[in-house]
Structure formats: structure tokens, C-alpha cells
Design a protein around this ligand. Structure first.
Ligand code: PA5
Length: 465
């Protein structure tokens, strides 16, 4: 285990009466242990198939890696079509492990194709994509677990049509791979009929828990990301999550503290990485935390309307935007900092002789500066008695990123178990998907359309022209 959780600033000893008492762990020992047991005893079963992702079979991994190598050798652009859990993991990991200006690097310095993850159906964005990719050298991965998502299916139709026009019907098939549930859904049927390469998502791997399944691994393989390192890190998180002693189990520990913070009125969980490479980890985390824990009813059918609203923030950028609110606004937030001990390279602040006024900066490094600013912000929050804890990564690399992803997923599963809710469903999301089908006139959704049309709405409450 490389990842470390520093939770000093969650405790009374650091932040006074607004903090958590030292006796919390003893008082909550049974609830914490029950949650640990519930999650760990379901590993690999039902919707916890994601727990097995780090242990993918050699043959499946070899297939993914050799496909990745093959596409990498001929693609100039690689485009992922997907949304939610079928996109956010790829965005987070690509940004963490590729060069921070990957797409802008000249091709002789870029060891992999440019990457575009298209997770919206904004017409302007779609058309803009066509302005920057050459269909002849662009390869696509259509990712949808359900195989039914309107956004992804519409993107697929546009792309397949454009590909056929650009390279001909036969070659177009070679440019598309599909990642979906085998044997189920519209996209699977289309893929079989058209003869696309298909990668399978396990039936019990939900979208937001799928980053280490082929959903993420295929794009990572194409981009030359160290897939084995990622899986090794995730396996390490998986081992730590087995630890019975909560003080040695970071995911269990932070789940317990965050659930306690909810009970203390902290309805907001801010994710604040101090590294640009980790900025999209916040989006990944926000989906995981929001969709998994935001639930109307508990497992006993009781209305609970629980959840904690995740918010994203970037250190140091948002020190100059949001930190004022975090330190002085309502006591309704708990901040999770992501800190990096060692940045992958160094940037020295120039010692310009003719400029005296900036002596305190000259000769320093940006590394020292960003670390000092993180410490300073953490200190300011502590001084203002605000709950916060820090997840420390030695460095951003495939192993630590894999471990972080695993840690986030176990933390979420443990928190869901503590809240006695179904962590793995998303009825709120499904409702919107069904209403979209209805509004677009999909067969079988006539009753839903009538329901949507009957929703109360009056011009009386519309302001403006
Ligand atoms: O986590 C989830 O289940 C969702 O956010 C899905 O990932 C998202 O709705 C996309 O679904 P699909 O992969 O079926 O297209």
C-alpha cells in the first residue's frame, strides 16, 4: 500500500469542537466492521463484480494489449464515444498518466494517438471534432454498458456514417471497436451484425465502477498507458480494503469519517487535488460519490433521501476562487485534498537579478510553491475549524493512480453499506434515460411519453420573452 490518508483535521484534537471525537472509532466499531464485512463478503458477486477487475485473465488482458498496440501503430486520433461511467474513468486516467499537453505534442514526440473522449451530444462540439480529426486515421471506441444510451448511440450513428463516406464501408468497420455487455442491448446486436471488434463489460460491473474493466483498459492500451501497473495498484487497494483494523484500511476509514461528517451536517464533499494531472479524478469521484450514495430509500424501503453533494476544486487555482467560502461560509463541507509528495518533474523559478522585489520566490521551485500553498490552505481550513483530510500519493504514476481508483471505489462501497442503501443502482439516471427515449419517439415508450406530457407546466411561471 502506497497511498496514505492523513485525517488529523477531521478530529477534535486539531479542529476543536467541530471535529470528530477520538472515541468515534470505538463507538462505531460494530457499524464500521459490519460495512467492511458486507462489502468484502460480496466481492465478485452481483454488482460487486468490479472487485475482480484487477485480476483480469491473462488471455483477456493479452487481447486488449495487442489490440491497443495494433491501433496505436496506425491511428493519429483515438476517439472514445461514451458518457458517465463509460467516459469519466478514461478522462481521469488519461489526464493523470499521459503528457499534460498530449494532444498538442508534435507527432514525433507523441508516442500515441491524440485522444478525444466525447461525452456530450452538443452539436457544436461534435462538429468541432470533425474539424480536428482525419477520419482516415481516426479510430473509435463506442462504449456503453447498457448498449442503449441515446447519447452514445447517436454519436455512433454519426461517426459510422462519416467513416463510411471517408474510407468506404469495408474499412469503416476496422475503425470501430465496441465495449458493451455481451449478448445484451442494441449496440451489441449492431456490433455483431456489422462485424465490429467487441470487448465485453461484465454483467455485474456498473458504469461508475468500470474504469479498470475493458471500459477503461482498451483506451489505456491504445494510448500506451501502463495497464499492468494500474491493475497492480488497484490490487493493492483491494488488499488494503480487506484489513480488519480500520486504522490500516484507508478506504474504510475515510468512508466512516465521511459518513460521520454527513451526520454532522456536512452535505458537501469537496475534492481538491493539488496536481493538474489529477484534476479529472474529481469528475470521476464526483460521479462515483453522487450516483452511488444519492438515494431516496434505504435497503429496508424506508425513505431516507441520503447523499453528500460532491464538488470539485483544483489546488492552487481554486484557492483564488472557492477557498474563501470553504473557510468562512457555512459549516456544511468536508474537503478531501489529494496531495502529491513528488511531482514528476521540477520547475525552477528564475533568479532574475534585476528584479529585487520578488526575492522570496527567486531560486525556489514551483514544486516547493505548490506544496507550501497546499499546506497553507490546509492550515487555513484547520484554523477555521473546517473538516478536511488528505489523501497522499507518493507520485502520480500507473500504480498510484490504480490504487487511488481502487481506494475511491471501496470507500464508496463501504459508505453505501454504512448508509444501508443500494450503492450500485441509479434509478434517478434511468428515469431520465427513459424520458429521453419517450420524447424521441422510441417504440415501447408511449406510456412514458404520455406521462412526460402530463407533467404540470404553465407559462405563468416563465420569465422573459
Ligand atoms: O454509472 C452509471 O451506471 C452511469 O453513469 C452510466 O455509466 C451512464 O449512464 C452511461 O451508461 P452506459 O454505459 O450504459 O451507456
Amino acid at each position: 500500500m502506497k497511498l496514505k490518508v492523513d485525517y488529523n483535521n477531521m478530529m477534535k484534537s486539531s479542529i476543536g469542537s467541530k471535529g470528530i471525537d477520538d472515541g468515534f472509532f470505538a463507538d462505531s466499531a460494530k457499524a464500521i466492521d459490519d460495512a467492511r464485512e458486507k462489502v468484502n463478503s460480496s466481492r465478485g458477486k452481483g454488482w460487486q463484480e468490479w472487485c475482480e477487475s484487477p485480476y483480469i485473465s491473462k488471455s483477456e488482458l493479452d487481447d486488449i494489449l495487442s489490440y491497443g498496440e495494433q491501433v496505436r501503430s496506425k491511428a493519429d486520433s483515438y476517439v472514445v464515444l461514451g458518457i458517465g461511467g463509460s467516459a469519466l474513468g478514461a478522462i481521469a486516467v488519461n489526464n493523470a498518466l499521459l503528457h499534460l499537453r498530449h494532444n498538442e505534442l508534435p507527432s514525433d514526440k507523441r508516442k500515441a494517438p491524440k485522444i478525444y473522449v466525447e461525452d456530450n451530444v452538443d452539436p457544436e462540439r461534435m462538429n468541432a471534432l470533425f474539424d480536428v480529426i482525419d477520419m482516415k486515421t481516426a479510430y473509435f471506441n463506442v462504449i456503453t454498458k447498457s448498449g442503449e444510451t441515446s447519447e452514445t448511440l447517436s454519436q455512433f450513428l454519426i461517426i459510422y456514417d462519416a467513416l463510411k463516406k471517408a474510407v468506404g464501408a469495408k474499412e469503416a468497420k476496422e475503425h470501430i471497436a465496441v465495449t458493451t455487455t455481451i449478448g445484451k442491448g442494441t449496440l451489441y446486436d449492431v456490433a455483431v451484425k456489422e462485424g465490429f471488434k467487441i470487448f465485453g463489460v461484465g454483467k455485474g460491473v456498473g458504469g461508475r465502477f468500470s474504469v479498470l474493466s475493458p471500459v477503461g483498459l482498451v483506451p489505456f492500451a491504445v494510448l500506451g498507458i501502463d495497464v499492468k501497473g494500474l491493475l497492480k495498484g488497484a490490487a493493492s487497494a483491494s488488499d488494503s480494503a480487506l484489513e480488519k483494523d480500520v486504522k490500516k484500511n484507508p478506504a474504510l476509514l475515510s468512508a466512516a469519517l465521511l459518513v460521520e461528517s454527513m451526520k454532522m451536517g456536512c452535505n458537501i464533499n469537496v475534492m481538491m487535488p493539488y496536481a493538474d494531472s489529477l484534476r479529472y479524478m474529481s469528475d470521476f469521484y464526483c460521479q462515483l460519490w453522487a450516483e452511488s450514495l444519492g438515494k431516496a430509500v434505504d435497503n429496508d424501503g424506508k425513505t431516507v433521501n441520503v447523499g453528500q453533494t460532491p464538488a470539485k476544486s483544483l489546488g492552487v487555482t481554486d484557492q483564488h476562487s472557492q477557498v474563501q467560502l470553504y473557510t468562512e461560509g457555512p459549516f456544511d463541507k468536508v474537503v478531501t485534498f489529494l496531495a502529491v509528495e513528488k511531482y514528476r518533474n521540477k520547475c525552477v523559478i528564475s533568479d532574475l537579478k534585476e528584479i529585487d522585489a520578488c526575492d522570496f520566490l527567486k531560486g525556489n521551485t514551483m514544486n516547493t510553491l505548490i506544496s507550501a500553498e497546499f499546506e497553507a490552505t490546509r492550515y487555513a481550513l484547520m484554523k477555521a475549524n473546517r473538516l478536511n483530510f488528505t489523501v497522499v500519493l507518493e507520485e502520480v504514476n500507473a500504480e498510484t493512480v490504480g490504487e487511488l481508483l481502487g481506494y475511491f471505489m471501496y470507500q464508496t462501497a463501504f459508505a453505501g453499506a454504512m448508509l444501508n442503501i443500494d450503492t450500485f443502482n441509479q434509478p434517478g439516471v434511468e428515469e431520465g434515460k427513459k424520458a429521453t427515449f419517450a420524447m424521441l419517439g422510441r417504440k415501447g415508450y408511449e406510456a412514458k411519453l404520455a406521462e412526460v406530457k402530463a407533467a404540470p407546466h404553465t407559462d405563468k411561471y416563465v420569465c422573459g420573452k
